[in-house]
Design a protein around this ligand. Structure first.
Ligand code: GTP
Ligand code: MG
Length: 189
């Protein structure tokens, strides 16, 4: 299957009929600045669909995109970024936690994006454990593979796999548009 249409339908910060209308939800989560919004843009082939920024903390609500008139992609705020105020950070954390773990909403998939070059942080591994504990259908994406130095590539991928465990990792670059087909299949398949 292919993504043939994508449009922004709204942003939510709590209960909303958009979350309750029966359209399946695929949630994108990960550290601030890891490239969640960029990944959504490359998947949908629309450069400016989700707002991206080199300033971490850009996305501060759950932004909802309707794909093929049949599926929602949720662009969640990033976690673990200290450069927004503590209050904002706590608010974002609460929103993510509520949506994923405390609410009654069910996600078709949860796409956890990590930085391929940096590797999974403690925050990432804790999020992965929480998702596993809540029996989420998880897809791990290592974005920014273009940033890995070529001679270190194989070693770095091995290291990522070792830290993530047996779970499959989709290797991705929003910058160089690598991994789009594989991730599309994971999400739509
Ligand atoms: P928040 O909304 O703040 O949580 O960030 P985000 O995870 O949505 O990240 P965003 O998509 O805004 O991208 C953050 C920065 O990383 C931008 O400067 C992007 O251009 C850059 N970026 C995203 N993906 C890639 C990639 O695959 N490779 C490289 N080199 N840079 C990337
Ligand atoms: Mg974003």
């Amino acid at each position: 299957m292919k993504i043939t249409s994508a449009k922004f339908v709204g942003g939510v910060t709590g209960t909303s009929e958009l979350l309750d209308n029966g359209i399946p939800q695929v949630a994108f989560i990960g550290r601030s600045n890891v490239g969640k919004s960029s990944v959504i843009n490359t998947l949908t082939g629309q450069k400016d669909l989700a707002r991206t920024s080199s300033f971490p903390g850009r996305t501060q609500q759950i932004n909802i995109f309707l794909i093929n008139n049949a599926l929602y992609l949720f662009d969640l705020p990033g976690y673990g970024y200290a450069q927004v105020s503590k209050e904002v950070q706590e608010g974002l954390h609460k929103l993510i936690y509520w949506y994923l773990f405390d609410s009654t909403y069910v996600q078709k998939k949860v796409v956890l994006i990590i930085d391929a070059n940096v590797g999974p942080t403690e925050d990432d591994l804790e999020t992965l454990r929480s998702l596993e504990e809540h029996a989420k259908d998880i897809v791990v994406v290592a974005n920014k593979i273009d940033k890995i130095k070529k001679p270190e590539y194989e070693e770095q991928i091995k290291k990522l796999q070792g830290l993530i465990g047996k779970r499959k990792i989709v290797l991705y670059s929003a910058e160089e548009k690598i991994g789009i087909e594989e991730l599309t299949d994971e999400i739509l398949g």
